[in-house]
Design a protein around this ligand. Structure first.
Ligand code: AMP
Length: 180
């Protein structure tokens, strides 16, 4: 616990109002690359998740390590709906470092198991949005773990599938291989 009784970073069991105004933090948080003046982080332009990482706003923390933080979503689709974020401040998965990506990959299965046990769900979705056009609202990488409850609560999906033709598939495989 820090001086003044406030724990840095996200704390278990605290309320987490979206849109809470940030305040200045004296220590630059890991992965936060905002403007820096005399040991004070300027909060302008920080995402709400960067503010959670820096301890400027609280969250309901379920897991933390050197690279990753996981906390409950404040607008859950089902009980246990959790967000898993890298401490690295990047908007999309494609921008992440290998270290961040590996750290998230390592903890996702463990968190899925623990959350499932906690809420009594065996089924769940992992949702990960990249870009406003793909429904991303908070521009800091996050993975949603969303338990699917027996009563139907959880992620609803509209899946309008097409058909993949052989020619199109061959072209795509070639283009993806070239962009690797
Ligand atoms: P996305 O549409 O993938 O960007 O989802 C962003 C998610 O962040 C939403 O499900 C929000 O409910 C959640 N969220 C926003 N602010 C907070 C917060 N302060 N604490 C916890 N979850 C949040």
């Amino acid at each position: 616990m820090q001086k003044g009784g406030r724990k840095r970073g996200c704390a278990e069991g605290e309320g987490n109002p979206m849109g809470t105004r940030g305040r200045e933090s004296r220590a630059r948080p890991a992965g936060v690359s905002g403007a820096w003046r005399g040991g004070v982080t300027l909060t302008l332009g920080m995402t709400i998740f960067a503010k959670i990482l820096s301890g400027q706003i609280p969250c309901h923390k379920v897991y933390e390590d050197a690279h990753v933080l996981a906390f409950l979503d404040i607008n859950p689709l089902s009980p246990g709906h959790t967000l898993v974020i890298p401490k690295e401040a990047k908007a999309t998965v494609g921008e992440l470092s290998d270290d961040s990506a590996a750290a998230i990959g390592r903890v996702l299965p463990r968190l899925c198991r623990a959350i499932g046990r906690a809420v009594g769900a065996t089924d769940y979705n992992i949702l990960q949005n990249n870009g406003a056009g793909a429904h991303q609202v908070v521009m800091h990488v996050h993975f949603h773990i969303i338990p699917k409850m027996a009563d139907g609560r959880g992620l609803g999906i509209r899946w309008e599938a097409g058909k993949l033709g052989a020619e199109e598939a061959a072209g795509l495989v070639k283009a993806i291989g070239a962009g690797w």
